[in-house]
Design a protein around this ligand. Structure first.
Ligand code: B1M
Length: 220
């Protein structure tokens, strides 16, 4: 049964991530690709599900920081491998510039990289400023590049206020109206996005592309 095979492949991948076993994960990903699973499905329903469970184990103190770091590296590598096909995709008509950063104080970047890759594959010129980026650096880049879209990623409840700070600073600088701001990251909710004056949030990379499309096509 086809569905059975897909689920089995995905649960083996999840298991390999939880075990933080690089060799096993590599084999399981190859098996899944061989079975015809879509790389994006492997990322969304396999490796990142496993990583979230690793995060839960960390929160429950079942594992500690070294394991969390290892799991992060393992998944970064897997995502890199699974998305290498995207960057080889043919260039399509450019839709605009998307500036993205993980906010000040926050070094989580796996989600941001995924969003960047999918946005780039969808025709946006992506400028990724990296992680732990100060509000001043973000605003400076906006002045320099004049992007249509700004993406702010935050994975920590302690760094979410930096998303608000960036938007406030843009308002004060008179720059807010010239671009759309998308905020994201696991703790970000639609309600929070609205509260801080963002144009929206997306729960994953594909949803981010859809949101960007909608914002760009709305009359500005
Ligand atoms: Co950290 N960490 N971590 N961590 N870590 C979390 C976020 C945590 C929830 C784990 C937990 O305790 N359960 C917790 C935060 C608790 C909280 O604030 N509420 C936490 C903590 C506490 C910490 C440290 C403080 C631990 C410590 O040092 N004691 C520390 C902080 C470091 C810092 O930033 N200053 C820390 C460090 C790390 C590592 C470096 C070890 C590593 C990151 C490696 C890396 O990124 N290169 C790490 C990891 C791996 C995680 C978990 C396990 C996984 C995050 C991840 O990559 N997920 C995470 C647990 C969790 O999220 N439940 C956790 C996969 C990724 C694809 O999903 O990032 O959510 P995500 O991105 C998604 C969507 O959110 C969305 O699309 C993406 C793709 O689907 N999205 C956007 C993301 N950005 C978007 C932007 C958009 C739109 C959509 O538009 C702009």
């Amino acid at each position: 049964d086809e569905a059975m095979t897909t689920n089995e492949n995905l649960s083996r991948i999840i298991e390999a991530v939880i075990k933080i076993d690089a060799g096993l994960l590599d084999t399981m990903i190859d098996d899944a690709l061989q079975a015809g699973l879509d790389p994006l499905m492997i990322i969304n329903e396999g490796v990142t599900v496993g990583l979230r469970q690793v995060g839960d184990l960390f929160a429950e103190e079942e594992i500690f920081l070294p394991e969390l770091v290892q799991a992060g590296r393992l998944v970064s590598k897997a995502v890199e491998k699974l998305t290498s096909a995207f960057s080889e995709e043919k260039t399509i008509a450019k839709k605009g510039t998307f500036l993205i950063a993980t906010v000040k104080g926050d070094v989580h970047d796996i989600g941001k990289i995924l969003v960047s890759l999918i946005m780039a594959a969808s025709g946006y010129d992506v400028v990724d400023l990296g992680t732990d980026v100060s509000t001043d650096d973000i605003v400076e880049k906006i002045t320099e590049l004049n992007p249509q879209l700004l993406g702010l990623s935050s994975l920590l409840s302690t760094t979410m206020p930096a998303q608000r700070e960036v938007i406030q600073t843009l308002i004060e600088a008179g720059l807010r109206d010239q671009l759309h701001v998308i905020v994201g990251g696991a703790p970000v909710t639609p309600r929070y996005a609205e509260e801080i004056g963002a144009d929206g949030t997306a729960e994953n990379a594909v949803a981010a592309v859809k949101l960007a499309q909608r914002l760009i096509s709305e009359k500005q």
